[in-house]
Design a protein around this ligand. Structure first.
Ligand code: BGC
Length: 742
């Protein structure tokens, strides 16, 4: 954590009673802001302070109940609203900010929005982009999204989602970086750095928000909003690292999860917010509830009523109330009755004011409301070309029998089948309602631009709404063509919030379509679209090649054409395990050994009697149009000191005929620990671009951050003992060496 200077007027670190039985540590604010924040605070009435904690929605996408309220403007003018969500546009934000400027203290409003994978220019969905394993790219797309959002008056994005999830039934896996805590932490860091840039004062950046704190992705049975119940060890080892990484990167805000964590809803969870986040981690930003999650502590059975919920939330450290109206309606009474200390409210207000100062809003509340900048930035060429780069990098080649792909120097005719291939809204993906749908390039448009309109025979194959097959025209097109490209998978709204599924197989009709097309005797290339791991075994079996194209955003069709034609040699790798059977879920690569490890021989082992335990595609998997040989890792000695960084080297060679990019992955296994450790854990990766025949060596350094773990006392430790180090192109196909830490 950054060392934080105590300031003169803000009081040295102290513990103060916030309400019966709870304690909190007041935020320490560095100069030059500490004095300013406190001087504003000293002018505020209790009502105005509570107003800063109150957040209302505008008229955008609502993911919870919306109260029809015609008095919002009047409330803004009275200083009773601190921030708004779902407001965008230079003009619109200016108009609302003008109302805030009529309030007594002229405290500017903060405008937040879910800028999840772009604004009007849409980048690939976050899980897709995580397949790129390119942190710099993710930093740049976050920065690009921030630039466009900031030009539209937005100060604050509710992103990145850094929830780890091992359950593909949970629809929100689409918003994160997948199943691995170590990789998830690096992605969290990259995205926070991208959104926030070097300084919040830069008018092309926005404040980020790490969400959903914490363990929301561990919902039982993959059902969104469901209970989470896990050991503190698993919480610290698996679910918290990306949040901690975000905080260490200076994230300005953190959003609570909807979930009940070990019996206490995250929004009312003082261990998460006070002890860890604002205590041990020294977070100086603000926390925001999720939509209505303060009020939802009532149906959770944790709070008796809205008043009780407001008390629990503010006491536990939730600063901003998003759409529960619990704070605005109940905090005054709670303070008057001595149930909530005003100091507790002051701390929340100081955190909010600090961000408003850092964003420069006190200097100029309209600095984000510039219509000319908006017009210049939205959908500009540089953002579009970044969207195309991100889209090509996100595609994963899952199968390529007989070098079916690429279709380079191809002069024949393509049968393009599948309504998804001609649907802009589906390419755009979930959580992109600000994305300009009319600008999205479909696969059909992309292929027509690449091969010429006359060479692309399109047939919808199935009805987009019902999936009813239209086989005859599809088969006729396939028979006339030289190669078949077929798009199958999920529609854009089938992964995302409240989009849990018990069965993650693609529609049965899509599988039938691929089988029927294969029956025409042509090479079949399947494009698999969606926002989560899917099961598509029959489609895979009847395809010569499979490209996982996820939802790629504005430039989807051009990017897919780039990869089909070989203009770009695919390099994506899976950030989540793809199960072979839904009954395997939760399935993840970094599981523990057990006393009776899984065995193909069955017997009394940790296996299934009716299905295999192997996934369809392991974490880290992805092919290329060329081939690579990754050697056995080497170390200059076997025994290393506990405090000494371990250096591992490995060679990688392009053994095929095309230039390609490989992601060399390094996994470790700590064989004996004071608590059991996973069979493998990703602890390094390097991308190399190699020409045919070219070879290079990559080196990894493993220090405490890579070799340690959380022990039974919840201390991060590196323990002596024997480790395996494994290198390869994915989590399964690895070569191993050993070393010992003493
Ligand atoms: C989601 C959050 C989102 C918020 C505001 C909620 O339903 O869980 O991720 O930021 O809505 O749109």
């Amino acid at each position: 954590m950054r060392p934080i200077q105590t300031i003169a007027c803000a009081l040295s670190l102290f513990l103060c009673g916030c309400s019966a039985g709870s304690a909190f540590r007041e935020v320490e604010i560095e100069e030059p802001y500490g004095r300013k924040v406190d001087s504003v605070l000293s002018l505020m009435t209790l009502e105005e302070k509570i107003g800063q904690l109150n957040q209302y929605t505008g008229n955008g996408q609502a993911t919870g109940p919306v109260i029809d309220d015609t008095t919002k403007i009047a409330q803004i003018e009275k200083g009773l609203v601190g921030s708004m969500l779902n407001i965008r546009g230079a003009e619109r934000t200016r108009r609302l900010q003008e109302h805030a400027m009529k309030s007594r203290l002229r405290i500017p409003l903060l405008f937040g929005l879910d800028v999840i994978h772009g604004m009007q220019t849409v980048f690939p969905v976050p899980l897709a982009e995580a397949s790129s394993f390119d942190l710099d790219l993710m930093r740049r797309t976050a920065a690009g999204a921030a630039r466009e959002a900031a030009a539209q008056g937005v100060h604050w994005t509710f992103a990145p989602m850094v929830d780890i999830s091992r359950d593909a039934r949970w629809g929100r896996v689409v918003e994160g970086a997948g199943e691995d805590p170590w990789y998830g932490s690096l992605v969290a860091r990259a995205r926070v750095e991208g959104f926030q840039g070097r300084s919040l004062a830069d008018v092309t950046t926005v404040m980020a928000c790490a969400k959903h704190f914490a363990a929301y992705g561990a919902c039982i049975a993959g059902k969104d909003y469901n209970t989470t119940d896990l050991s503190l060890l698993t919480l610290h080892d698996t679910y918290l690292p990306p949040f901690r990484a975000a905080v260490e990167s200076g994230v300005g805000s953190v959003m609570n999860g909807f979930n009940d964590l070990n019996g206490i809803p995250a929004t009312g969870n003082a261990y998460l917010q006070r002890t860890l986040l604002k205590g041990e981690w020294g977070f100086d930003g603000l926390t925001v509830s999720d939509w209505g999650s303060i009020g939802e502590m009532v149906p959770h059975g944790y709070a008796a009523d809205l008043r009780d919920a407001a008390r629990a939330a503010i006491t536990a450290g939730c600063d901003v109330d998003m759409e529960s109206r619990a704070y605005v309606s109940r905090l005054r009474g709670l303070v008057a009755d001595g149930e909530v200390a005003e100091a507790c409210i002051d701390d929340a207000v100081r955190r909010i004011l600090l961000k408003k100062f850092q964003l420069g809003l006190f200097d100029d509340p309209f600095r984000y409301c510039d219509p000319e900048r908006e017009a210049r930035t939205v959908l500009c060429d540089s953002l579009r070309s970044l969207a195309r780069e991100a889209a090509v990098r996100s595609i994963v080649l899952l199968k390529n029998d007989g070098e079916t792909l690429p279709l380079d120097r191809f002069t024949g005719t393509v049968a393009l089948i599948g309504a998804l291939a001609d649907s802009r809204i589906d390419m755009r993906g979930i959580w992109a309602s600000d994305g300009a749908v009319e600008e999205v390039v479909t696969v059909r448009k992309g292929l027509e631009a690449r091969y010429g309109r006359a060479k692309v025979l399109y047939a919808e194959g199935y009805d987009l709404e019902t999936n009813r097959l239209h086989l005859a025209p599809a088969l006729a097109a396939a028979r006339r063509a030289d190669v078949v490209v077929v798009a199958v998978g999920e529609r854009y709204f089938q992964s995302g919030e409240a989009r849990s599924k018990a069965d993650i197989a693609i529609p049965r009709q899509h599988e039938e379509l691929v089988r029927a097309l294969k029956g025409c005797g042509k090479r079949v290339i399947t494009l698999l679209m969606g926002g989560r791991p899917m099961i598509f075994d029959e489609a895979a079996a009847h395809s010569d090649a499979v490209l996982l194209t996820w939802w790629l955003g504005t430039e989807a069709g051009n990017a897919i054409a780039d990869v089909l034609s070989g203009e770009y040699n695919p390099s994506g790798k899976l950030p989540m395990t793809f199960p072979a059977h839904v009954g395997q879920i939760p399935i993840y690569y970094n599981y523990k050994s057990t006393g009776r490890p899984e065995s193909k021989a069955g017997g009394y082992t940790c296996s299934y009697q009716d299905i295999d335990f192997e996934p369809a595609y392991p974490f880290g998997f992805g092919l290329s149009y060329t081939t690579f040989e990754i050697g056995t890792p080497t170390l200059e000695k076997r025994v290393w000191r506990l405090d000494e960084p371990v250096t591992v080297r490995v060679t990688v060679k392009n053994t095929g005929h095309r230039t390609g990019r490989e992601t060399v992955q390094l996994y470790i296994r700590d064989h004996v620990g004071s608590v059991t450790r996973p069979v493998r854990e990703l602890r390094g990766f390097r991308q190399v671009l190699l020409r045919p025949g070219e070879q290079t060596e990559v080196a990894f350094t493993l220090g405490a951050a890579e070799l340690g773990f959380w022990n039974a006392d919840l201390r991060y430790v590196v323990e002596p003992g024997v480790f395996s180090v494994m290198c390869g192109p994915d989590s399964k196909n690895v070569k191993t060496a050993e070393f010992e830490l003493r």
